[in-house]
Design a protein around this ligand. Structure first.
Ligand code: GUE
Ligand code: MG
Length: 307
C-alpha cells in the first residue's frame, strides 16, 4: 500500500477559541446593557504549581477580556481542607459570582470530591459536580454545565466536519471524569457509536483503526501512532505533555500531545495541534459556561447554543 500523500487539515483551536470568546464578549455586553450585571468568575488555586499558575492567570485574563467580573484566590499549599470549604461556601453565597472553578489537582491532604460536591451545581462551571454529571448522562444538556475540555472538543469537531456526527464511529482514549467520560457522553448525545478505550483495553491500535473520530485524553506523550489512524479520520488531541527537547539542548522542553502529530497528520483528514488546539478551547468554553451560569442565576432566557 502506498503512503497517503495528502496532509491533514490543521484544526485551528486558537482561531476558533478567539471567535467563541468574541461571541461571549458580545453576549456579556448585551447582558450588562440589559441588567447592569456582569458574569462573575472565581478561580481558586491551592499551592504553587507553576503550570497551574499559568492556566489560572490565562483564565483570569480571558475573563477580564470578555468583560466579566473576575476574582482569583490563591491559597498556600498547606491550606486546611476546612478553610477551602469555607471559601467555597462564601463564593456559593456571593451574588457577584456566577462561576466557581477550583483548580485541580488539589494537594493530597484535601478531599477533592468533598470540595467539588460543595460547589453549587448552578455555579459549577467545570461541570464536575455529580448533579451536572448526571444531567449530561441523562441527556439534559440544556440544564447541565458541561465540562470545558470535552465541550470545546465537540465545538472543534462540529466546525471541522461538515456533516452530522450521527452514526460515526468515535473512539475516546482515556476514561477520566474530567475528559474521557464526559466526552463519550457528548458524542453519544450526537448519536456516534462510542468506544471508551483505556489502559486495560486489548489491542488498542486495532480499536483506534475503526474510528472516524479519535479523541486522545490519556496524558501519555505521543502514544497514539500514525498507523493507528484510519485514512481521513478526525483526530482531537487533548494531551498537553511537557517533554525534554534535546534538539534545543540544556533544560529546554516542548509541549506534545498524546498523538504523534507528524505521523498522524499523514493519515488523518483533520487534526488538532498541541499547543493551539484543544487548550485554548478549554478556556473559551469556561467563559461560555460562566455566561450561561450567570443568565440562569439571573432568571434570563438562554442564548442560542454555540454548537
Ligand atoms: N478545575 C480545573 N479545571 C480545568 O479546566 C483545569 C484544571 N482544573 N486543572 C488543570 C487543567 C489544564 N487546563 C488547561 C487549560 C488551558 C490550556 C491551554 O490554553 N493550553 C495552551 C498552551 C499551554 C502552554 O503553553 O502551556 C494550548 O494548548 O495551546 C491548557 C490546560 C485546564 N485545567
Ligand atoms: Mg484523561
Amino acid at each position: 500500500m502506498s503512503q497517503p500523500s495528502l496532509q491533514a487539515t490543521l484544526i485551528d483551536g486558537k482561531a476558533v477559541a478567539a471567535s467563541v470568546r468574541a461571541e461571549i464578549t458580545a453576549r456579556a455586553g448585551r447582558l450588562f446593557a440589559e441588567t447592569g450585571r456582569k458574569p462573575g468568575l472565581a478561580v481558586v488555586l491551592v499551592g504553587e504549581d507553576p503550570a497551574s499558575q499559568v492556566y489560572v492567570r490565562n483564565k483570569d485574563k480571558a475573563a477580564a477580556a470578555c468583560g466579566f467580573h473576575s476574582v482569583k484566590h490563591t491559597l498556600p499549599a498547606d491550606t486546611a481542607e476546612a478553610d477551602l470549604l469555607a471559601l467555597v461556601a462564601a463564593l456559593n453565597a456571593d451574588e457577584a459570582i456566577h462561576g466557581i472553578l477550583v483548580q485541580l489537582p488539589l494537594p493530597g491532604h484535601i478531599d477533592e470530591g468533598k470540595v467539588l460536591r460543595l460547589i453549587r451545581p448552578e455555579k459549577d462551571v467545570d461541570g464536575f459536580h455529580p448533579v451536572n454529571v448526571g444531567l449530561l448522562a441523562t441527556g439534559d444538556r440544556e440544564q447541565a454545565l458541561v465540562p470545558c475540555t470535552p465541550a470545546g472538543s465537540l465545538v472543534l469537531l462540529k466546525r471541522t466536519l461538515d456533516r452530522p456526527l450521527a452514526g460515526l464511529d468515535a473512539v475516546v482514549i482515556g476514561r477520566s471524569n474530567i475528559v474521557g467520560k464526559p466526552m463519550a457522553q457528548l458524542l453519544l448525545a450526537e448519536s456516534c457509536t462510542v468506544t471508551i478505550a483505556h489502559s486495560r483495553t486489548r489491542n488498542l491500535p486495532d480499536v483506534v483503526r475503526r474510528a472516524d473520530i479519535v479523541v486522545a485524553a490519556v496524558g501519555r506523550p505521543e502514544m497514539v501512532r500514525g498507523d493507528w489512524i484510519k485514512p481521513g479520520a478526525t483526530v482531537i488531541d487533548v494531551g498537553i505533555n511537557r517533554v525534554p527537547d534535546p534538539a534545543r539542548g540544556g533544560d529546554a522542553t516542548r509541549l506534545v500531545g498524546d498523538v504523534a502529530f507528524a505521523e498522524a497528520a499523514a493519515h488523518a483528514g483533520a487534526i488538532t495541534p498541541v499547543p493551539g488546539g484543544v487548550g485554548p478551547m478549554t478556556i473559551a468554553m469556561l467563559m461560555a459556561n460562566t455566561l450561561t451560569a450567570a443568565r440562569r442565576l439571573l432568571g434570563l432566557a438562554p442564548e442560542p447554543d454555540l454548537f
